[in-house]
Ligand binder design. Structure first.
Ligand code: ADP
Ligand code: ASP
Ligand code: MG
Length: 816
């Protein structure tokens, strides 16, 4: 025989109930002799609990009662033929009337005992199993409703009763003898004590009911039917990349579910374990999928852990004081005290000095525990041998679980690295002596982020999701998004990097969507669903979302986003930018950015601050990291100026070359922004700082290309006129170059910590002589590259190459 159990998630709607009955029918027809255990309909236990508490406070439940009744009646009316409905509706109505009476008694007494609460909760399972047994008659003959209170005997610990094995065994065996030929539809979760009062087996207890029946009746297997494809590597509602596990040992399943994986209720494992009955976790909505099989031994796996589990809300109590040192029996006294009050201790850590002991409990038990401790240790407290106990809330536990942990080194290192890099502070650590589990206590607000990063870290062959926020949607921003779209599949398949666009903003509109913005239609989405832009709100939201592996991409040339960089780093978010403003402002600011990023373990990549996509900053960084010393850097880092001087030859005038450069999109809207040399100066400043010099703008010796009058012009138009007026000045430069067989170059240099940018006339022997179009070139003379400098050369301007550089930085963040 087989025991099937259907959870609330499987009996929420008429369609799911149809699916359930088809599964039972198929099993029956295969001759598996199923016995079926049911939970209450989805959400009903929680609602009944809420209603009971309302009554105790004198709040009426009329509306909720109506809702509950309709919820059940609708199922009957939809799934039973009209002529069969009446007796079922009448019986249900009777049950709801009883329930109404119960609520009004509680309301009158204004008191809700655990005993009354259990009785109230039992209606959820009773209505559901009864109703389904009747609907099942239209699927196959022989279904029969069983109220488990008649066969499961328990003690009187209402709310979490323990089963009297012997009495229950006798009753269940005789039930089976009398009705062995029927398909029994049994209520989960409930039992009764000696005096026949209704008890419950703890939240999620229907699984336990199933396991009890299975062990007593020696079932071949227990099937737990729910709404997911088995036990996942982590809670699939929080970790989207969690995947179902094929096999788990009882111990692993116990460790995983003890800490929260709701799918299965931990005590379930005990009866199954002792009788070695396998437990299959299956999905009612995808019955063909294999699901998870829990049995004696765990299936082979190369991964160091099986899964990650968590409890989202716990409280910590810390006890410390000299009175604890060497005091045998102290912790015995403490934990006996808690056990007697039925307070479940989730985990314990004790410092090696024995000076303090910290333990985690459920927040509902916190106040009671504090009170009990203060009473029990009154003497020690007054004698100052013990400090007053400290209570801390808003915490969560995250635990990694797996039998392989015992055989693998570096597991905890990996865990802590993943948490540290994402700024998750660990409050306490506990490792079970079994070594099947390492638990950490963290702030509740960090839980979702922590689960996701730890999942990424341990299931490394899986994809890593980069949560990306893009600011600036001009030329570069647009091109970047197009490049990401084109490369998306490649990155996913080859590099296991999944780029998820979570936020977008330009000066007009912004949009943030945690589910991800479709990269193919971001423009439409921003227009239709975007809000008016507010960068401060954008940055704040980014922090609040607390997502793992976040990157902020600044594609603007505006100072505004740069004012948020430090805050962004403090939220453990990496930054990738082509914006030079932050790095070229004061040295103090540059240093603060670097230090903050480092302190928070996040990346700050700005390769495109010099030479667009050319690897310049990266090369410099690698040289420095490998212990090389920069002797001299020489560079042409303005694509615009390169273009202008490369074309200023022969008959053409300087005016015409600048005009053409502007028309071809090689200049800023005001060409003086390029020709004034400020942009070049910023690049040299950044390189100089990266080479280790604390340079300020005033340290740069910036030689002019243009005569005074051109720089002073009050508009772009008059600027062009001034170029015509100064034609002789430029012709002289050109003639001088041609006479000497040289070319004009605007070259930046860094030597002995001094930065100079100036016009130079260079001949064929100079490495910068042959430079075409808008190319950039940089040569590094270092201790190692002394005789022949290391030269990087190539296109150093344009949206396409700049966006490609930003993209490369982004991928580098992902690869870290
Ligand atoms: P049922 O009503 O079937 O008893 P539960 O709510 O008790 O269902 O458990 C199923 C839910 O448990 C799933 O919907 C899933 O969201 C959640 N869950 C939490 N952790 C895990 C995990 N590690 N694997 C699978 N499901 C999990
Ligand atoms: N209905 C009960 C609960 O919600 C028991 C169960 O679902 O297993 O806790
Ligand atoms: Mg459950």
């Amino acid at each position: 025989m087989k025991v099937l159990k259907f959870g609330g998630t499987s009996v929420g709607t008429k369609d799911s109930i149809k699916a359930v009955l088809n599964i039972v029918k198929a099993s029956y027809e295969r001759g598996e002799k199923p016995l079926v255990v049911f939970s209450a309909m989805e959400g009903v236990t929680n609602l009944l609990m809420q209603m009971a508490e309302n009554s105790a406070q004198g709040i009426s439940n009329e509306e909720s009662l109506g809702f509950l009744q309709t919820k059940h009646f609708d199922i009957v009316k939809n799934l039973l033929p009209v002529k069969k409905q009446n007796p079922v509706l009448t019986k249900l109505k009777l049950l709801f009337n009883e329930l109404e009476d119960l609520f009004s008694s509680v309301e009158t007494l204004k008191e809700l005992s655990p005993q009354s609460k259990d009785l109230i909760l039992s209606y959820g399972e009773r209505c559901c199993a009864y109703m389904l047994s009747k609907i099942a008659e239209t699927y196959f003959e022989n279904s029969m409703y069983i109220d488990a209170r008649n066969v499961i005997k328990t003690d009187s610990n209402f709310g979490n009763a323990s089963v009297d094995q012997r009495a229950t065994e006798t009753l269940i065996s005789s039930l089976k003898q009398s009705y062995g030929h029927k398909v029994l539809f049994v209520t989960g979760f409930i039992g009764s004590n000696d005096a026949g009062r209704t008890t419950t087996l703890g939240r999620g207890g229907s699984d336990y009911t199933a396991a009890l029946f299975a062990s007593i009746l020696e079932a071949k297997v227990i099937e737990i039917w729910t709404d997911v494809n088995g036990i996942h590597t982590a809670d699939p509602r929080i970790v989207k990349k969690a995947f179902p596990l094929k096999d788990l040992s009882y111990t692993e399943a116990m460790e995983l579910s003890y800490f929260g994986a709701k799918v299965i209720y931990p005590p379930t494992m005990i009866p199954a374990f002792t009788k070695k009955i396998p437990i299959h976790i299956k999905n009612t909505f995808e019955p063909e999928t294999a699901g998870t099989c829990i049995q004696h031994t765990s299936g082979h796996s190369d991964l160091p852990i099986k899964g990650i589990s968590s409890i989202s809300e716990i409280s910590l109590i810390n006890l410390s004081g000299s009175g604890m040192i060497g005091e045998t029996g102290f912790s015995g006294r403490l934990f006996a005290l808690l056990a007697k009050a039925h307070i479940n201790v989730i985990l314990i850590t004790q410092s090696s000095s024995e000076h303090s002991i910290t333990f985690a409990i459920s927040p509902e038990d916190a106040e009671k525990a504090m009170m009990l401790i203060e009473k029990e240790f009154e003497l020690e407290l007054t004698a100052n041998k013990l400090y007053p106990p400290e209570l801390e809330g808003d915490l969560s536990v995250l635990a990694i679980v797996g039998e392989n942990m015992k055989r693998t080194t570096g597991v905890s290192g990996k865990l802590f690295r993943a948490l540290g890099r994402n700024g998750v502070n660990v409050r306490a650590i506990a490792q079970g002596s079994s070594e099947y589990n390492i638990s950490v206590i963290i702030a509740k607000k960090d839980l979702a982020k922590a689960l996701n990063t730890v999942h990424d870290a341990f299931f490394a062959e899986l994809t890593k999701t980069l949560n990306v926020f893009v600011v600036g949607l001009g030329n570069i921003g647009k091109t970047l998004l197009a490049q990401i779209e084109n490369q998306y599949e490649f990155l996913l398949e080859q590099n296991n990097i999944d780029i998820k666009l979570v936020g977008l903003a330009n000066t007009k509109k912004m949009r943030i969507d945690e589910a991800g913005i479709d990269i193919g239609s971001w423009g439409g989405e921003l227009n239709e669903k975007g809000h008016p832009s507010d960068l401060s709100a954008f940055v704040q939201k980014m922090g609040e979302m607390n997502l793992p592996n976040c990157v902020f991409v600044d594609n603007t040339a505006s100072p505004v986003p740069t004012t948020y960089y430090v805050d962004i780093f403090r939220n453990n978010i990496s930054i990738v930018t082509c914006n030079k403003i932050a790095n070229s402002a004061s040295y103090k600011n540059y240093k603060l950015l670097k230090d903050t990023a480092k302190e928070h373990g996040v990346e700050f990549y700005y390769e495109t601050n010099a030479g667009a996509g050319l690897p310049i900053i990266r090369v410099l960084k690698d040289l420095m990291l490998s212990g090389d010393e920069i002797v001299k850097i020489e560079a042409i880092l303005s694509g615009t100026i390169s273009y202008i001087f490369n074309n200023f030859q022969g008959e053409v005038s300087f005016h015409d070359v600048v005009k053409k450069a502007q028309e071809s999109g090689f200049t800023e809207p005001d060409p003086r922004d390029d020709l004034g040399g400020v942009d070049f100066m910023r690049k040299m400043l950044i390189l100089g700082r990266d080479a280790g010099y604390p340079l300020e703008e005033s340290d740069v010796d910036l030689g002019a290309i243009l005569p005074e009058s051109c720089l002073k012009a009050d508009s772009v138009e008059t600027f062009y006129t001034s170029l015509l007026e100064e034609a002789d000045y430029f012709e002289n430069m050109k003639n001088k170059a041609e006479a000497e067989n040289k070319v004009i170059r605007y070259i930046g240099s860094l030597e002995n910590g001094k930065v100079k940018i100036s016009i130079q006339y260079v001949d064929q022997s100079h490495p910068f002589y042959a430079l075409s179009g808008s190319d950039n070139i940089i040569s590094f003379t270092t201790k190692r590259y002394k005789d022949t400098p290391l030269v990087v050369k190539g296109p150093g301007a344009g949206a396409e190459v700049t966006a490609a550089g930003v993209f490369a930085d982004l991928v580098n963040v992902g690869a870290r």
